[in-house]
Design a protein. Structure first.
Lengths: 259, 321, 666
């Protein structure tokens, strides 16, 4: 109907929304990082296509940044961090996966309802791309809000930022796109480094009661330390162990013995 | 259009019905062979399902003492309904003689009837396996069927019709272009096909452990010719879903309107090639992924439902998507 | 034509008197039910005759002196009169047979014909007073019937909730008609048709009609009485209440919103559509969690009413946007579904009544194996379960298929609310259809298949001929509706022409009796051919197998993976069957929770599993209202215990207040 380039641009934007939904669906951290790499890859393809169809060669730089930095380096660094610091490998969600996906659907509907009438005077290629990009942003925010794990919140933030880059690339003739992407990448790099430093500090420094709270959340990380003499404050440790058992009741609980 | 027919049309419809019936065991044989090869086994021969059917048909049927007439009639009904549904899907030619008597929604509902009867037959004997299989099957169906209907809606909104012949004809001309909602519908249909045909990761077709059974638990009490009918119906269902994916998303080569016999033969050949490649892809997919826990399956199918709904939503909201 | 209907109604009232006098006599019972059967057949004939004919009207000199009672029989009335006649005839035929098992016939026989008379009066009423009088008569007669088994547990509570909701619906309709009549006070429907209300009033009228009619029909959130009241009544009365009275409520909604209200606004359609979708899903989810067979059927009624309202909402939305063809399709689909539901729900309730009489049990966990003891009933119930699960080639599928076609019409609706709501509601409808199939696999499988779970189920006996005839009649209608839907669609054409100004294309002239909702290139369905194909394929399969394969058959014990268990308690129960669905859907929607109490190791106390489900609408809407009413009543209770001086003080204060307000208003 509108030509192949229209369709390909749409297809790539739609693929980005699809990969965002895939990220909402993931429960394991490694799969989430693979999905993030795929997300950045689709983004770089989309930006490269926009560079080709708009004849804007500076967008190729953005595509290259997205590919190298966000599709390869950041996921690899996050993966290394998860492995070395022994972080929890399952992503805990606030509500179930089904509800999160339903909320994602509602956000897509919302972004379409907001953006399409608002841009009714604009070029049809751009307005639908921007509507889909807004949905990617909103789904990224949803991911940040409904996950309890710091790494998955970083992933959510990165996908949000990918949505913004998609919108910026889709709007024809938007200036400073390359500068924007470099700035965002530096921001992400600082956030990731910041998290690494923070976790390292927690891992080796002794802190007081707060650390016992973190014992309950990440037993794998501090399991060895409980036997340490400095931590032997009887009431607190029994409380920590008892609350740990309450969290993982085993056979009893709503899961039942059925799987 | 409705009701006019020529003898050639009758021959094509009859040809399609025999073709799907005859090819379906071969397709399952191919999938099993490729899976075995990927697992570094030699695997059963390609024609083994035919031999299995012949063996089953020649055996004595053993029925439980309290089996009712429903248990005895169910396999024939399931087979008949699945065969009628498979006969309505264009495989190598559109404009099948009676394709106007049932559209995509009717085909989905016919498969739902087959599942209804199968679940009832499972509960007839009164063992816990039957109830187990039936309850899991209806749980899977309660999400897979709406997802299938959403996929049907997506395609129908793009093409303007729910008739599969019209869908195949219009999508093969390429006028609708590459659409986001079609891509979403394809992903959703693959997920639904895996679930409906009791394939890994939803169900293991080769299992003997009740923890992993869904379809197998429902047919546990069947033997001999009854089991042969049910197995054949399962082969037909796999063929049906692959033909659906082929006619909706890869409709190139389907003959539209009257043509020469060479064209028809070429179309049959192309269809067999599509089936073979789909079988190989299915085998690779099944080998590369593990079976999911029963209560992860609703998430999986819920994702398919969401994708279908997203496709429909995009089409309601904008013409271009 | 209208005289026939009026004499039929008089006949029913006469039968009610006969029932009051001769209740304990077997002849009296046969007279009442036999008479109702004849009268209902006359109503059916009159209704069908009225479908294509000109409206006939009459003014009777009864009722209020300056208004009289206007009655009118047009296509819409005729359609619903036919449904009343059909349901009533079936229930009466059943009553002739099963009525002898009734312990308190004097509580049932007088009110049964009065109930039918009330319903018939509602559909022919042409002014507000007759309508409301008939509506209240219908409510009162059905309440008396619900309270017939007044000693059974739960009946008193069911009756109480029912009478509260019935009063609520009557009040809402009273206010609605008051607003429609306007300050001029034109209470006849002709006056209301001539003077459609202004925009703000129209919205209020719509809301009141939706709530009032919806309360009788079973729309969420005013459906709470339905699963309590319908099971408590005797079975043929439950069939009438679910199958027919809900349709009379739908008639009320159609009459007010589609005709008396004037041209609709688009958001009317949106509200009805969304409420219909939510009702459908909530109804079927509750049905899946129920073990009581009749309560399951009552919740399933809620689901089907939701589907009908969904169709009405689509029709309103299309009509408000000027798309009359789409509105006709949606309206016809909804009306067809209403007619289908009357047929298969009556069948299912009559079957449940047969099971109840044969075994004395309504709890599915104490049934089982009835297909061997009651084979004919089981076969007819199977037909009913297949029909209600919307499976081809029976009638439930055709109406759902038409509704899906209406959703797919995609008339480029300009309003965003509709653009987003229609796909969402389509998904809800698909989900409800799939869950309904699951629900009826469960209902039939647990109650009729398997091994008997109790002594009573093992000793059940088959029903008598009259009841069987009634059920067989409904089952035949289900089949006919599925293979010859064109007959019904063409019969409904005058109704949709009158309400939305267009009708579906003529179906009986399409070759091979195919159903074509819009045009042949778009979609078509042929139930007759599909039925024929399925029959032919089964025949081929059976003959080929019996010719070329071994025909040997022997019986043996069940395989059960090599561990057969003699106790029928190892079978799945109704609750265990729905456990996966309860986990998937119930946890979120119905707050389904399961807790297991495990005793510590070494203790011999049993482990216990507790399952709880809560109805969110009851908890968030009705319970607070109930508490507020109780609180206010408690406060007002203080008025009971005042001294004489305080009472005199009240009288004095009231007098002073009235005189002061008189002074100010001057």
């Amino acid at each position: 109907m509108n030509g192949l380039s229209f369709d390909i641009a749409h297809m790539l934007a739609g693929m980005l929304v699809l990969v965002s939904f895939m990220m909402l669906y993931q429960v394991r951290l490694y799969s989430l990082l693979h999905a993030l790499a795929l997300h950045a890859f689709v983004l770089s393809t989309s930006v490269a296509w926009q560079a080709y169809s708009q004849n804007a060669p500076h967008l190729y730089v953005t595509a290259a940044i997205a590919l190298c930095f966000k599709a390869i380096i950041i996921p690899w660094a996050l993966r290394g961090m998860v492995y070395r610091l022994g972080l929890h490998r399952e992503v805990e969600t606030v509500v179930g996966v089904g509800m999160t996906m339903l909320a994602g659907m509602a956000l897509v509907a919302l972004s379409l309802e907001v953006m399409l009438p608002a841009t009714s005077q604009a070029d049809p290629v751009t307005r639908e791309d921007i509507a889909l990009a807004l949905s990617v942003v909103l789904i990224g925010l949803l991911m940040m809000v409904t996950r309890r794990n710091a790494v998955s919140q970083v992933v959510g933030f990165m996908s949000l930022e990918n949505g913004i880059i998609l919108a910026a690339a889709g709007a024809q003739g938007m200036p400073l796109v390359v500068e924007l992407s470099v700035a965002f990448s530096v921001l992400i790099a600082f956030i990731v480094i910041g998290i690494v430093l923070f976790r390292i500090r927690e891992h080796f420094d002794t802190v007081d009661d707060d650390a016992l709270d973190r014992v309950r959340q990440h037993p794998g990380m501090f399991g060895a330390e409980i036997a340490d003499e400095r931590w032997r404050r009887p009431g607190k440790i029994e409380a920590a162990i008892a609350s740990d058992r309450r969290r993982k009741p085993g056979l009893v609980g709503s899961g039942g013995p059925h799987e | 259009m409705i009701g006019d027919f020529a003898p050639a049309d009758l021959a094509i419809q009859g040809g399609q019905m025999t073709l799907v019936l005859g090819l379906s065991p071969l397709l399952t044989g191919l999938v099993r062979k490729v899976k075995a090869r990927l697992q570094r086994r030699r695997g059963p021969p390609l024609l083994q399902p035919y031999r299995d059917l012949r063996r089953l048909l020649s055996k004595d049927a053993v029925l439980a003492e309290n089996a009712s007439w429903l248990f005895r009639a169910a396999p024939y009904l399931i087979f008949a309904v699945t065969w009628v549904a498979a006969a309505l899907v264009p495989t190598f030619a559109t404009g099948l003689l009676f394709s106007w008597s049932g559209d995509l929604i009717a085909i989905t509902a016919l498969l739902g009837s087959a599942r209804f009867i199968q679940a009832l037959a499972a509960m007839d004997i009164g063992t816990s396996f039957g109830g187990l299989g039936a309850s899991r099957e209806v749980m899977i169906a309660s999400l897979a069927e709406p997802a299938m209907l959403m996929i049907a809606f997506t395609v129908a909104l793009i093409v303007g019709s729910t008739q599969l012949s019209t869908i195949a004809a219009m999508l093969s001309t390429g006028d609708s272009g590459l659409r986001v909602s079609l891509a979403l519908a394809l992903v959703a249909l693959v997920i639904v096909s895996v679930a409906e045909n009791a394939r890994i990761p939803v169900d293991n077709p080769a299992t003997h452990l009740e923890l992993t059974m869904v379809h197998e638990a429902m047919v546990l009490e069947y033997s001999a010719r009854h089991l042969a009918m049910i197995e054949w119906a399962a082969y037909l269902k796999l063929l049906l879903y692959i033909s659906l994916i082929g006619c909706m998303f890869f409709p190139f080569g389907i003959v539209d309107g009257p043509a020469s016999p060479e064209r028809y033969l070429g179309a049959v050949g192309l269809y067999i090639a599509k089936l073979a490649s789909a079988g190989v892809l299915l085998a690779v997919f099944e080998t590369s992924i593990a079976k999911m826990r029963v209560f992860r399956v609703p998430n999986f199918l819920g994702a398919a439902l969401m994708l279908g709904l997203l496709g429909v939503l995009l089409l309601f909201v904008s013409q271009g998507m | 034509m209208i005289l026939v209907v009026l004499s039929a109604i008089l006949g029913l009232l006469g039968l009610a008197l006969t029932g009051a006098v001769f209740a304990h006599n077997a002849a009296g019972r046969i007279a009442v039910y036999g008479g109702s059967l004849l009268v209902c057949t006359a109503l059916l004939a009159a209704g069908i005759a009225a479908l294509g004919a000109e409206p006939s009207r009459l003014v009777l000199p009864v009722g209020l002196p300056w208004i009289g009672a206007h009655v009118r029989l047009d296509s819409l009335s005729g359609c619903f009169l036919a449904v009343i006649g059909l349901g009533g005839a079936g229930a009466s035929l059943y009553g002739i047979g099963q009525g002898r098992h009734e312990h308190d016939p004097q509580r049932v026989l007088p009110f049964y014909p009065a109930f039918l008379a009330g319903m018939a009066m509602v559909v022919i009423a042409d002014d507000a007073f007759s309508f409301l009088f008939a509506w209240e008569l219908m409510s009162f007669a059905s309440w008396a019937l619900v309270m017939a088994h007044h000693r059974a547990k739960g009946t008193a509570w069911a009756g109480f909730v029912y009478i509260v909701m019935a009063t609520f619906s009557g009040l809402a309709l009273l206010l609605c008609f008051g607003l429609l009549a306007g300050p001029a006070g034109g209470y006849s429907f002709d006056a209301m048709r001539a003077a459609p209300p202004a925009a703000g009033t129209e919205a209020l009228v719509f809301a009141l009609a939706l709530l009032g009619a919806g309360a009788k029909a079973g729309l969420v959130p005013v459906h709470v009485w339905l699963p309590l009241a319908h099971p408590a009544a005797p079975s043929h009365v439950s069939a009438l209440m679910s199958g027919v009275m809900t349709k009379v409520a739908l008639y009320g909604f159609l009459r007010i919103v589609f005709e008396l209200c004037g041209p609709p606004v688009w958001w009317f359609g949106l509200v009805v559509l969304v409420l219909g979708g939510i009702t459908a899903v909530l109804g079927v989810l509750h049905a899946l969690m129920e073990k009581d067979l009749k309560r399951l059927l009552a919740y399933s009624t809620v689901e089907n009413i939701g589907i009908v309202f969904l169709g009405f909402g689509l029709a309103l939305a299309f009509r408000a946007n000027g798309f009359a063809v789409g509105a006709a399709l949606a309206l016809t689909a909804a009306l067809f579904h209403a007619v289908n539901h009357a047929a298969f729900k009556s069948l299912l309730f009559l079957g449940a009544g047969a099971v109840l009489t044969a075994t004395g049990e309504r709890d599915m966990d104490r049934l089982g194996g009835l297909i061997h003891r009651m084979p004919r009933t089981a076969f007819l119930m199977l037909v009913g379960c297949i029909a209600i699960s919307a499976l081809p080639p029976l009638n439930g599928f055709v109406s759902e298929w038409l509704t899906f076609q209406a959703i797919l019409l995609r008339a480029e609706l300009p309003q965003w609310g509709l653009k987003l709501a229609i796909p969402a509601v389509g998904a809800l409808l698909a989900l409800a259809a799939a869950l309904a199939a699951a629900c009826f696999v469960r209902a039939f499988g647990i109650a009729f298949l398997g091994r008997p779970r109790s002594r009573q189920a093992a000793d059940a006996s088959e029903v008598d001929g009259w009841s069987f005839a009634a059920m067989a009649g409904f089952a035949t209608l289900c089949l006919l509706g599925g293979v010859l839907p064109g007959v019904v669609i063409d019969a409904l054409a005058p109704v949709s022409q009158a309400l939305v100004g267009a009708h579906m294309p003529a179906q009986l002239s399409v070759p091979w009796l195919t159903t074509v909702p819009v045009e042949a290139s778009r979609s078509s369905y042929n139930g007759l051919l599909l039925f024929g194909f399925i029959a032919l394929s089964s025949l081929i399969a059976v003959t080929a197998t019996h010719r070329f394969a071994s025909r040997a058959l022997r019986r043996g014990p069940a395989w059960d993976c090599g561990f057969p268990d003699a106790s029928p308690a190892t079978q799945y129960t109704a609750t265990s069957f729905s456990q996966p669905l309860r986990r998937v859907f119930g946890t979120l929607v119905l707050r389904a929770r399961e807790t297991v109490e495990m005793p510590p190791p070494g203790s011999v106390a049993p482990a216990r599993i507790h399952r709880s489900i809560s109805d969110p609408i009851w908890d968030f809407l009705y319970a607070p209202v109930g508490r507020a009413v109780a609180f206010t009543a408690g406060l007002l209770n203080y008025l009971q215990f005042l001294t004489i001086r305080r009472y005199l003080g009240f009288v004095f204060a009231a007098l002073v207040l009235l005189l002061a307000s008189l002074a100010i208003w001057q």
